[in-house]
Design a protein around this ligand. Structure first.
Ligand code: H79
Length: 442
């Protein structure tokens, strides 16, 4: 999927370097009408992994979904409380669904009344409130926007025909001819214009580029850049999460979104972000097949993503009443506590500069290249770990957990560190290995 000779544009690199490459840890939020249903409608739909897909998984017509949307009233929504929870967990940026594939907008849109202000008793602009709360906390703020799919619009492409248009829109004339460009002109592009003009966005996260040609995607990237030149754009403006990235498309976006919940296993030549989640779903789910990751899994997923050269955007699905999911809050809390001690090995680091990913864990490096962070994820029975491929002598080694020195011996390119019997942290014991010179870039 990634040719080694791919080259990002200098403009994109500049935009990334303003904050994105140092931020590393973001919160993704999937919130909408589907949050109320928790993955099931009239006993149907829970077989899908993702609760935000309920309209499709339960085969709800647009009219049926509208009836649910009219009751969306997340009275306990408190943007300041959300932002504080994220901030306390060491999160540096937040990306929330401003419109998912269901077509329902969480912002005050003049383009379509199918939005939280005009269509529900709640009548408050969630995107506005959250953007202000996040910026007050010093967090960067972005929105997810499903620009190609829209289950409320018969003109939008339908999941590569996985779902019949006639299920969602049973009253369409038999000879209905969908016109994707009509949908783009009428709703998708004008809503993106509203978002970039009216909201203080640091990032816009497009998703699922069904039928998205270069020409169509360029309309979106031109729109964003005209109004908000520093706003980052993800690759799903044109590439799906599993697509092969093409050099000629790199001018359209700033960084690559890898697959949903994908944890990179090797170094990637472009700057990436993993859309991860605390659980198997993105939207809040209690029905059917669903589980949360363990605390250790969450920290290991974060570490591997950062060491491969990317950011981790960890999703939580708030509940229909507007409160954050308590289990997601707990998991973020665990990650935040770990980061308070070990954050130096995550924030502002760069990917592993050595040729190999070690079998005992993974490696990140400080921006100046003079300190390696050895993440010991699997405590070795041998009582020691080795680091191979070094070209310069190490000067010190210390455990981040308590600052104590680690004993090491270097012979040429190989370095051996003796470990205590027990790990110093139950998820990841980090050793800072420092050098007088940079160990090299990768
Ligand atoms: O917003 C989240 C997903 O809803 C969205 N991207 C992330 C960030 C997404 N859009 N499309 N896809 C994911 C891929 C579609 C997967 C599916 Fe399925 C295949 C949906 C229905 C069939 C997987 C398998 C989920 C249910 C069954």
């Amino acid at each position: 999927r990634f040719d080694d000779n791919l080259r990002q544009t200098p403009d994109s690199i500049k935009r990334q370097e303003q904050w994105f490459r140092d931020a590393k840890f973001g919160a993704f939020i999937h919130f909408g009408v589907y949050s109320m249903l928790e993955g099931e409608y009239k006993g149907r739909g829970s077989q899908f992994r993702y609760s935000e897909w309920i309209q499709v998984s339960a085969k709800m017509s647009a009219a049926e979904y509208h009836e649910v949307a009219k009751t969306f009233n997340p009275v306990d929504f408190d943007a300041d409380a959300w932002a504080k929870t994220f901030k306390d967990a060491g999160i540096r940026y937040v990306v929330i669904t401003s419109k998912h594939h269901d077509g329902f907008a969480l912002f005050d849109s003049m383009v379509s009344d199918y939005n939280i202000v005009d269509y529900t008793p709640f009548k408050r602009d969630i995107i506005k409130e959250l953007s202000e709360a996040c910026h007050k906390q010093g967090l960067k703020f972005g929105v997810y926007y499903s620009h190609a799919q829209d289950w409320d619009e018969p003109d939008a492409p339908y999941l590569n025909n996985r779902t019949k248009r006639s299920v969602l829109h049973p009253d369409l004339p038999a000879d209905f001819q969908p016109d994707f460009d009509r949908y783009l002109t009428k709703k998708s592009l004008p809503q993106v214009e509203e978002l970039v003009k009216n909201y203080d966005l640091d990032l816009i996260w497009f998703d699922t580029p069904a039928d998205m040609t270069f020409e169509r995607a360029k309309l979106f990237s031109d729109m964003v850049r005209k109004h908000r030149p520093d706003c980052l754009i993800n690759s799903r403006i044109i590439h799906g999460g599993k697509d092969k990235i093409l050099q000629e498309n790199l001018e359209l976006f700033d960084y690559v979104s890898i697959g949903d919940k994908e944890v990179p296993t090797r170094k990637i030549p472009l700057y990436v972000e993993s859309p991860d989640s605390v659980s198997t779903s993105f939207g809040y789910k209690t029905k059917g097949n669903h589980h949360y990751h363990t605390d250790a899994e969450m920290i290991h997923r974060l570490v591997h993503t950062i060491c491969a050269g990317g950011n981790s955007l960890v999703n939580n699905g708030p509940m229909g009443n507007g409160k954050l999911d308590p289990e997601a809050v707990r998991i973020y809390g665990v990650m935040g506590e770990w980061l308070k001690v070990n954050g130096e090995s995550i924030y502002e680091t760069r990917r592993n500069p050595l040729a190999e990913r070690p079998e005992w864990g993974d490696i990140s490096v400080s921006k100046d290249g003079k300190s390696l962070y050895l993440h010991v994820l699997k405590w070795p029975e041998s009582g020691s770990i080795t680091v191979n491929g070094l070209t310069t002598p190490a000067t010190s080694a210390a455990f981040l957990a308590n600052g104590t020195k680690a004993e090491f011996a270097q012979e040429g390119n190989g370095l051996k560190i003796h470990l205590p019997e027990q790990p110093l942290n139950k998820y990841d014991t980090v050793i800072k290995l420092s050098f007088a010179e940079s160990v090299g870039k990768n």
